[in-house]
Design a protein around this ligand. Structure first.
Ligand code: TYC
Length: 106
């Protein structure tokens, strides 16, 4: 209707910016805890079998746990981390070792 020029504040001059933040799923650290009874070779075997690490990497992480009390062995989505913890705990229990594996949000 009106031929008057539109200025700031007029409806047609409002630009709405929608910020689209990319949502990443939270990640979880899976950790092994030291104890005095689980044999070193058994821990190395666990790391090779369930975490796809080679022998050298597995030995290094096992030693880090042995010396420091615990170490992160991998970082995964919630469901994968939960599965790794369950696999390790089940395997250790079936072999009657007290090895503990836990997960924690990163
Ligand atoms: N401390 C154990 C030993 O001397 C070895 C060990 C390493 C146990 C890592 C658990 O998560 C572990 N036999």
């Amino acid at each position: 209707m009106s031929d008057a020029p539109q200025g700031p504040g007029d409806d047609t001059s409002i630009l709405t910016k929608t910020k689209s933040k990319t949502q990443r799923p939270p990640l979880y650290k899976v950790m092994l805890l030291n104890d005095d009874y689980t044999p070193m070779e058994f821990v190395v075997h666990i790391l090779e079998r369930f975490f796809g690490l080679n022998h050298a990497q597995s030995f290094e992480i096992m030693l880090a746990v042995h010396k420091k009390g615990l170490a992160v062995v991998g970082v995964f989505s919630y469901e994968i981390a939960e599965t790794k913890v369950a696999q390790v705990m089940d395997f250790a229990r079936r072999h009657q070792h007290p090895l503990q594996c836990t997960m924690e949000k990163e």
